[in-house]
Design a protein around this ligand. Structure first.
Ligand SMILES: *Cc1c(COP(=O)(O)O)cnc(C)c1O
Length: 375
C-alpha cells in the first residue's frame, strides 16, 4: 500500500528533540524557537517570524491584529481549508467568496474588485498547492481600497513569486507545519509572518496572552503586565527542535519533492497532453515547492471510479475540498459573490496523488502505471 502522506522525517530531528528535552527551557521562544525564527527571517527575507501552534492560530492572530469584527467582510476563495474562513468568522466577520481560476485553483484576482464593499477589510489569497496567486494584482487592489492582505501560505513554504517568498508579500502571512505539509514541527505547528511594521509590537503581545512579556524578556520593561487582549499562541520548544532538524535539510526535502513531482509530470505527460487529464500550471514568474501533485478528471463519477481503481492497485489517493460556501457553517457565515463557474465543478474532479519526502521512484512509477491502466 502506498500511503497518501508520510510525515517528513530526516533523522536529524532526534538529537535536537533530545537536546531540547534535556535543557532547562522547553516553553515557547526557547533556544530552538529563536533559531528557527531567525532562520525564517533570513531565508524568507522578512522582518518578523513567530512560531505558533498551527496555521489556524496564525490566521486567528492576523484577524485580531487587523481588528476584524462584526460587520466586516473578508474576501477569499471558497475552495480552501476551513481555517482560512473560520479564523475570521470567529471574530464575527462575514466571509465573501469569489470564484477560482481553473488553471491554478487559486482565487481569480480579476473578480476581487467587484466583491469589494464599504465593509471589506481583508483579502485572503490562498496559495493552493504552493503555487502563488497573482500577488501584484491583489496588492494593487488592496492598496487602492485601503484593505489588508493576509496570505494563507499554509502550503507555500519555499515557493516564490517574482523572486519573493510567499507569505512575505501581503501585510501578514501564515504557514503550516502540520504533518501533511512539506515541513513539520512534529505533527502540528505554524508560523506567523508580520510584514507590516505597525503590527510587529502587538503581534508579540497577542501571542503572549495580551501581556508585554516579550519586552520584559528583552529588558525593555521591568515587569510585565496585561496590556491588551491575546491568547497563548506560542509553540513548545520541543516542537521547534523537531522543526530545526528539518530546516537543516530544507533543500534536500524540497529537491526530493520536486523530483517526485517532475517524475509524475513526465510519466503522465502523454495523458495530460491529450487533455484526458489536467494538472497545475506554474507560471514562469513563480517557483513551486511540489507540495501537491493533483489531477483533474472528466467529472465526479470518473473521479470516484479512479479512486476505487487506485485503491485496488494499493494506492491511496484523496480529494478535497468541499467548497466552503456549500458547507453547514459556510451557509451561516458567508456569501458567494458572483457566479460559481469553477469552484464546485473543478473541486469535484480533482484528485491528489501520494507525494512525500522519501517516496521511491518505483512507487511513483506504480502510481503512474495504475493511472495509465485505468485509461
Ligand atoms: C493546512 C492548511 C491550513 C491549516 O493549517 P494548520 O496548521 O493545520 O492549522 C490552513 N489553510 C490551508 C490552505 C491549509 O492547507
Amino acid at each position: 500500500m502506498i500511503n497518501f502522506n508520510v510525515p517528513p522525517y530526516t533523522g536529524s530531528e532526534d538529537e535536537h528533540v533530545l537536546s531540547a528535552m534535556r535543557s532547562s527551557k522547553i516553553s515557547g521562544d526557547g533556544p530552538y524557537s529563536k533559531k528557527c525564527q531567525a532562520w525564517f527571517e533570513g531565508e524568507l527575507k522578512c522582518s518578523k517570524a513567530l512560531l505558533v501552534p498551527s496555521c489556524t492560530h496564525a490566521l486567528e492572530m492576523a484577524a485580531i491584529l487587523i481588528g476584524v469584527g462584526p460587520g466586516d467582510e473578508v474576501i477569499m476563495p471558497s475552495f480552501t481549508f476551513v481555517s482560512t474562513a473560520n479564523a475570521f468568522a470567529l471574530r464575527g466577520a462575514k466571509i465573501v467568496f469569489v470564484d477560482i481560476r481553473p488553471d491554478t485553483m487559486n482565487i481569480n484576482e480579476q473578480l476581487i474588485e467587484s466583491a469589494i464593499t464599504a465593509q471589506t477589510k481583508v483579502i485572503v489569497p490562498v496559495h493552493y498547492a504552493g503555487v502563488a496567486c497573482d500577488m501584484d494584482v491583489i496588492m494593487s487592489i488592496a492598496d487602492r481600497y485601503g484593505i489588508y492582505v493576509v496570505e494563507d501560505a499554509a502550503q507555500g513554504m519555499m515557493s516564490t513569486y517574482k523572486g519573493r517568498a510567499l507569505g512575505t508579500i501581503g501585510h501578514i502571512g501564515a504557514f503550516s507545519f502540520h504533518e501533511t505539509k512539506n515541513y513539520t514541527s512534529g505533527g502540528e505547528g505554524g508560523l506567523l509572518i508580520v510584514n507590516d511594521a505597525q503590527f510587529v509590537e502587538r503581534s508579540e503581545i497577542i501571542r503572549e496572552k495580551g501581556t508585554d512579556r516579550s519586552k520584559f524578556f528583552r529588558g525593555l520593561v521591568d515587569k510585565y503586565s496585561w496590556v491588551d487582549i491575546g491568547s497563548s499562541y506560542l509553540m513548545s520548544d520541543l516542537q521547534a527542535a523537531f522543526l530545526w532538524g528539518q530546516l537543516e535539510k530544507v533543500n534536500e526535502i524540497n529537491a526530493s519533492r520536486l523530483a517526485i513531482w517532475d517524475r509524475y509530470f513526465s510519466g503522465l505527460s502523454a495523458l495530460v497532453g491529450r487533455n484526458i487529464l489536467v494538472t497545475s500550471e506554474v507560471h514562469k514568474d513563480r517557483t513551486h515547492n511540489a507540495h501537491m501533485f493533483y489531477l483533474k478528471l472528466k467529472d465526479i463519477n470518473q473521479r470516484t471510479q479512479m479512486l476505487d481503481h487506485l485503491k485496488t492497485c494499493g494506492v491511496m489517493a484523496v480529494f478535497h475540498y468541499v467548497p466552503l460556501h456549500s458547507s453547514l457553517a459556510g451557509k451561516l457565515h458567508s456569501r458567494f459573490h458572483g457566479v460559481d463557474n469553477y469552484t464546485t465543478a473543478e473541486s469535484e474532479r480533482l484528485i491528489r496523488l501520494p507525494i512525500w519526502y522519501g517516496m521511491k521512484e518505483a512507487q511513483v512509477d506504480h502510481v503512474v502505471n495504475s493511472i495509465k491502466e485505468f485509461y
